[in-house]
Each structure stands twice: as structure tokens, then as C-alpha cells.
Design a protein around this ligand. Structure first.
Ligand SMILES: NC(=O)c1ccc[n+]([C@@H]2O[C@H](COP(=O)([O-])OP(=O)(O)OC[C@H]3O[C@@H](n4cnc5c(N)ncnc54)[C@H](OP(=O)(O)O)[C@@H]3O)[C@@H](O)[C@H]2O)c1
Length: 287
């Protein structure tokens, strides 16, 4: 049997988890993963996944990679600034290859978000899907809890957290929650084309609350220092982050201060049929 489902970004963190969630639901012979680096194929092939190789920048290779695929999960590219054109290539190739359905990982509240940097390319991709004639669904993923927990050990070493989010609340969920939801949408009865899933964690937290939880878990008293977006961006570049990444993170937190990463939508846990992974649990695991 040839592969029916394909996940792009299969070498990445969300893509790999989506592949695992698919493998829990359908036979490996029905699952394909797209990678751009041939050397990324081995761990997927070891799971019985059909690995296809193409970059989002290579329309012909993408079309060949999508041959025979019925349902495709387009995991948004990590190359911020290039993404609208890359995703357009994927959508065009999916159409040319006869793919029947595309689910795209967008951003929470893409069309009304107070974040000013990240949503633009997602909106362009959502619009490209709407114009493509393909059947599609939008998985508007909220923040990954891991965005904050991956820095937890350093925050403990450094004595605290910094940011520009004020009292803004973050309704994050674990990457694995979003990955499982994507697999559920991909393998289930197809939704009406254009269905939008606003996906967020069941619980929310402010960064002072996150610092308090980190203090409790680490046994070290840690605070949260709120800065202006400019000062936070400068602090991040001071830690060695590239200017564009620092600007994007500062903009995202400034947007979160206005509610951009908060949602009380329970679509994610409804899809999963269970509560989303509590952020404290993800934090504990990260430590
Ligand atoms: N919701 C959130 O909080 C959040 C946070 C971070 C990112 N994101 C978005 O969600 C996506 C998935 O998250 P993640 O954590 O899995 O990111 P990730 O681990 O960085 O994975 C990104 C994937 O995109 C692939 N990719 C990048 N450029 C490509 C190209 N030109 N052609 C083909 N593949 C390409 C990467 O391939 P390589 O392995 O070859 O690099 C990798 O497989 C990200 O790419 C980003 O758009 C969301």
C-alpha cells in the first residue's frame, strides 16, 4: 500500500510528533514524511515511514514528493520571512499532484492578532489556501509551552525571567498536544473545507505566575522582570540571538501583553478528547 498521509517538516519537532501521532492511528505503510535534508531520513525510515525529500523552495521536487498523497499536513516553515513564498510552493505542488486535503499549522487568532511580525505570513498562507481550490483546514496553533520551558534551567541559573509581556496571559499547550490534534484532523472525517480550529491550552499563566512555579519547583526564589519591548530585544541580542529573532520574540511578547497569546477556546481539548497537557507538567519535565 502506498502512503496516503504526508507530514512536512518531518525532521522538525512538531512534524516528528505528528508522525508519531499518525503512527498511533494508521499503519506505517500509509504515512510519509517530507524532509529537505536526505540525512534526516534515517530516524523516520526506522519507524517504517516513507520519506520524501524536497525543499519548500523547489516546486518540481515538491510535486514529485506529493505523488499519491491524499491528505497533507503542512507544518509552517521555520524560515521566517521566506514562508509565504515557500508555503505557496507547497500549495501549488499539492494542487498539481492531486492532493485531496491540506491542513496548515497557522497561528492563534491569525486574522485578529495584536502580534505584528509572525501573523502576516500565516495570513498570506491561509489566503493562498482559500484561493487554491484545495480542500483545507486551518490549525491555528497557540504558543508551545516549550517556548518558555526550554529556557527554564537557564532562568534558574541566571536568577530570574525577563520579558515584555506585563500581566499578559499565555494559553499554551505542549507541542505534542498540537501534533496529536493535527493527526486527529488528518485521519478523521474531513471537516468542511476552510474550517478554522483555534487551538490553545486549557489553562493560562502570566509570567509572574510562571516564575513562581519555577521557584517552587527549583527551590530557588526567582522573579520576573518586565521591560520595554526595546530593552527586551536588546537583552536578547546581548544573549547572542540574531537581531531578527530578538525582534520577533519581543514583538510576540508585546502582542501577548495585549492578549495575543491568550484564548479560552477549548477546541484543542475537545479534539483530543482529554485535557491539554498542564503547563506545570511540561515545566517539571523540562527541569
Ligand atoms: N506555536 C509556536 O509556539 C511555535 C513556536 C516555534 C515555531 N512555530 C512554527 O511551527 C513550526 C513547527 O515548529 P517546530 O517546533 O517543529 O519547528 P522546527 O523544529 O524548527 O521545525 C521546522 C521544520 O521545518 C523544516 N523546514 C524549514 N525550512 C524548510 C524548507 N525550506 N524546506 C523544507 N522544510 C523546511 C525544517 O527542516 P530542517 O530540519 O531541515 O531544518 C524542520 O523540519 C515552525 O517551523 C514555525 O513555523 C510555532
Amino acid at each position: 500500500m502506498s502512503a496516503k498521509y504526508l507530514v512536512t517538516g518531518a525532521s522538525g519537532q512538531l512534524g516528528a510528533l505528528a508522525i508519531d501521532a499518525l503512527l498511533a492511528r494508521v499503519p506505517a505503510s500509509e504515512v510519509a514524511g517530507l524532509v529537505r535534508r536526505p540525512e534526516a531520513a534515517a530516524p523516520l525510515e526506522a519507524k517504517g515511514v516513507d520519506v520524501r525529500v524536497a525543499s519548500y523552495t523547489d516546486p518540481e521536487a515538491l510535486k514529485a514528493a506529493f505523488a499519491g498523497i491524499e491528505r497533507l499536513l503542512l507544518v509552517s516553515s521555520s524560515e521566517v520571512g521566506q514562508r509565504a513564498a515557500q508555503h505557496q510552493n507547497v500549495i501549488d505542488a499539492a494542487g498539481a499532484a492531486g492532493v485531496g486535503f491540506v491542513a496548515y499549522t497557522s497561528i492563534l487568532n491569525a486574522k485578529g492578532s495584536p502580534l505584528t511580525i509572525l501573523p502576516g505570513e500565516h495570513v498570506a498562507t491561509e489566503d493562498a489556501l482559500a484561493a487554491s481550490g484545495l480542500d483545507y483546514a486551518l490549525l491555528r496553533n497557540g504558543w508551545y509551552t516549550e517556548n518558555y520551558t526550554m529556557g527554564a534551567k537557564d532562568a534558574v541559573k541566571g536568577g530570574g525571567l525577563i520579558g515584555t509581556i506585563g500581566e499578559g496571559r499565555v494559553s499554551s499547550a505542549a507541542r505534542a498536544d498540537y501534533a496529536e490534534a493535527a493527526a486527529i484532523v488528518l485521519t478523521g472525517d474531513l471537516p468542511t473545507s476552510g474550517t478554522v480550529y483555534e487551538l490553545a491550552g486549557d489553562d493560562s499563566y502570566s509570567l509572574p505566575e510562571f516564575a513562581a512555579a519555577l521557584s517552587e519547583l527549583s527551590g530557588k526564589t526567582l522573579g520576573f522582570t518586565d521591560m520595554t519591548p526595546e530593552a527586551y530585544k536588546d537583552a536578547l541580542t546581548g544573549f547572542g540571538l540574531p537581531e531578527a529573532v530578538a525582534a520577533m520574540l519581543a514583538d510576540s511578547e508585546a502582542g501577548a501583553a495585549k492578549g495575543g497569546l491568550y484564548s479560552d477556546d477549548k477546541t484543542l481539548s475537545d479534539l483530543l478528547g482529554r485535557p491539554t497537557t498542564p503547563w506545570r507538567e511540561t515545566l517539571k519535565a523540562a527541569l
